[in-house]
Ligand binder design. Structure first.
Ligand code: FES
Ligand SMILES: [Fe+2]
Length: 349
């Protein structure tokens, strides 16, 4: 076993710093962690007829197509089964797909239709000439794809469905203007594990600490997800359905954050680029504009910069010859502990 995290948090030590610093583990995490998980590629609102996506650009770099045939969505490889040319460069409308290299044709479900000059080819066409299909699923309007799922979508998302059954997706409008991208000079997992504990709130986020009640901050762990609940100091900044809750922070392994605030939803996707460089996409969906600048969901860019500064300082620290592992607070770091256990589980296969 390369990584070993004791299930008993009171005895456990954190993940060894090699995981974050060694290029080899970064490369291995592509297939072992990311290819085996569910990645958010876009929203169902964007799919008109044929749309290409790249799963985690500059990391997994898997080219896919989402097509709509009738009402049904399909998720296909965007690579021609003849000599491997990319099929579709941009969103388009068509009844089928034709490769621009030698004219191979497919229908919108990926089935091979025809190919010029192949009359005398033996055992042709075969199953291998169809476009490979990828596993995909939706949560509300969010569209997820997996290259090689380690478990069904439901297993990853069941607690999110159960806890968020009250969410009205029709009311959540995507705002391009309020969406952002940030670059952090740190390993992707350092960014996630900082997010997974509220322990640092009083030390790092003064403005957030003023509206969220630190003592009642709660963490719940599930098979592949972690839920943190921030309780409001005042009812003004809480959800209508529960006057005590200021924010629900859902994390789905390995890199998705679904942050629900009384104004709507902020989806953060953590995208690895290099061992010490990560892109964070913030997608903003607003349901109630009037609550935008209040409570735990106000001033998110300030909170983001505070987190970035602290995570970048950890990145520098873990490169030290004198640091390898630490210990966990059993009352405040259950989320980080669970995340490290999942990393170890996926990396040890
Ligand atoms: S690569 Fe597509 S038809 Fe040749
Ligand atoms: Fe933070």
């Amino acid at each position: 076993m390369i990584f070993d995290i004791n299930p008993d948090i009171s005895q456990a030590e954190t993940l060894s710093s090699e995981f974050y610093t060694d290029e080899k583990f970064f490369r291995e995490s592509k297939e072992k962690i990311f290819a085996r998980s569910w990645q958010l590629v876009g929203t169902t609102d964007e799919i008109d007829n044929i749309k290409p996506f790249t799963i985690l650009e500059n990391f997994l770099d898997e080219p896919i197509l989402i097509t709509k045939s009738g009402k049904k969505l399909n998720c296909l490889s965007n690579v021609c089964t003849h000599r491997g040319k990319l099929l579709i460069d941009e969103s388009c409308k068509a009844n089928g797909i034709r490769c621009g290299y030698h004219g191979r044709r497919f229908d919108l479900t990926g089935k091979f239709l025809s190919m010029p000059e192949f009359e005398n080819v033996k055992n042709f066409p075969s199953e291998k000439d169809n476009l490979p299909k990828l596993a995909f699923d939706t949560f509300g309007k969010l569209l997820f794809v997996s290259v090689n799922p380690s478990a069904k979508f439901e297993e990853f998302f069941a607690p999110v469905y159960e806890c968020l059954s009250w969410v009205n997706w029709k009311d959540l409008k995507f705002s391009a203007e309020k969406s952002r991208e940030y670059f952090v000079n740190a390993h992707w997992a350092l960014y996630c594990e900082n997010y997974l504990e509220g322990f640092h709130i009083p030390f790092v986020h003064q403005s957030l600490n003023a509206v969220v009640d630190y003592d009642s901050y709660a963490t719940e762990t599930f098979r592949f997800a972690i839920l943190q609940t921030g309780f409001a100091k005042s009812g003004d900044n809480a959800f209508a359905f529960d006057q005590k809750i200021a924010a629900l922070y859902f994390f789905v392994f390995p890199n998705l954050m679904l942050n629900f605030y009384p104004w709507g939803l902020s989806v953060n996707i953590v995208k690895p680029l290099e061992t010490d460089l990560t892109r964070i996409s913030y997608l903003t969906f607003v349901s109630d504009e009037t609550k935008l600048n209040k409570g735990a969901g106000a001033d998110l860019s300030r909170v983001e910069f505070e987190d970035q500064a602290v995570v970048e300082a950890v990145q520098k620290g873990i490169n030290s010859r004198f640091y390898d592992k630490g210990r966990y607070s059993p009352t405040r770091e259950q989320g980080t502990h669970h995340f490290h256990r999942l990393i170890a589980e996926f990396m040890n296969i």
